[in-house]
Design a protein around this ligand. Structure first.
Ligand SMILES: [Zn+2]
Length: 331
């Protein structure tokens, strides 16, 4: 998952209004996925304690989701709407160096979206951005997938992220018109800091798949620095199809951008555990390294983090100013 600083975002939008292909229009993160800027060193890329959660957090993402015991969101309690703000033409797709991203907003070339979960003390959550990882960050019953989409939503300062896994298919393209159109001109943005315009995006198929579920939920974190915790994750259990030709185009641009699987929620951070072992602790003395598939997600989910961190927000779409701007958000 990716979060950008407000100033960078403001600069991006300011420059984007001038020229969508200006390299200076896209602010680039400082972390990476390889060597000395990779996930093992993220905690040290900013003065402490900014990225401390990356090495000390005990509810880090991504994780392995074990479907036998994972907590689910009942589809009848989940509502979502997502679309292009301007319903014709494409949206702006940026190469951030660390991911390919479409941001949400109220200008041309943006997306708008909202989700709500009945019984959830926070929300509704508004869409922030849509971006991708290859290979997938989450794994289902240990299996990873070629691509994962993250739909990042926010309510106040609390995040909710939907993870959608893609499985490769062949045959006559496009097997998935949404992904085909999204990455239609991805070869134009091989250089980090550049952007292009997608084909028209029809979110209905993707939305229906997400709303049908199963949606597995747990309390985790951003998967990029600052690795902020208390992120509500919703991981779609079924995969969406992705044509192999589309995937190969995306992979050639995005390269590799997946954080390694983190320990089960609530267990010691693997980097801290590794440090202790290196300092002489024995592996046999602790069961903390072993993912506990029977308990991995139990007790997590929508109630975690509700202990007085933020005022409760009723689950109502009562933001009249927002709705007046976007009549597409009727449920
Ligand atoms: Zn992500």
């Amino acid at each position: 998952m990716l979060i950008r600083f407000t100033l960078s975002l403001a600069l991006t939008r300011l420059a984007g209004a001038v020229c969508w292909h200006d390299p200076a229009a896209v602010a680039l993160p400082s972390f990476g996925y390889a060597l000395e800027r990779g996930p093992l060193t993220w905690a040290g890329l900013a003065p402490a304690p900014q990225y401390d959660a990356c090495r000390l957090g005990k509810k880090q993402s991504p994780i392995v989701v074990y479907t036998r015991t994972a907590k689910r969101v009942d589809p009848k309690n989940f509502k979502m709407n997502i679309t292009q703000y301007i319903n014709s033409g494409g949206v702006k797709l940026e190469n951030l160096g660390t991911t390919l991203e479409v941001h949400a907003g109220r200008e041309h070339g943006s997306l708008v979206g909202v989700i709500g979960i009945e019984g959830e003390p926070y929300g509704p959550y508004r869409l922030e951005n849509m971006h991708f990882h290859t290979p997938s960050e989450h794994r289902i019953n240990d299996e990873y997938y070629p691509l994962e989409m993250h739909l990042v939503f926010k309510s106040g300062n609390r995040f909710a992220v939907i993870g959608v896994l893609f499985q490769l298919v062949s045959g006559s393209p496009p097997n998935n018109e949404f992904m085909h159109n999204l990455f239609l001109s991805v070869r134009n943005i091989t250089r980090p800091g550049t952007s292009t315009i997608t084909g028209t995006l029809d979110f209905r198929g993707l939305s229906n798949a997400i709303k049908t579920g199963p949606l597995y939920t747990y309390n985790g974190s951003l998967t990029t620095p600052p690795c902020t915790e208390n992120v509500k994750w919703l991981v779609l259990g079924g995969t969406r199809p992705l044509h192999v030709d589309t995937y190969n185009k995306v992979k050639s641009v995005m390269k590799f951008n997946a954080r390694y699987s983190q320990n089960a929620p609530g267990k010691i951070n693997l980097l801290e555990r590794a440090r202790r072992i290196a300092d002489g602790a024995t592996v046999a003395a602790s069961s903390e390294l072993e993912p506990q598939s029977d308990v991995v997600l139990e007790g997590d989910g929508i109630l975690v983090g509700s202990e007085g961190e933020e005022p409760m927000v009723p689950l109502l779409l009562d933001d009249e100013e927002y709705l007046a701007t976007q009549n597409v958000l009727e449920w």
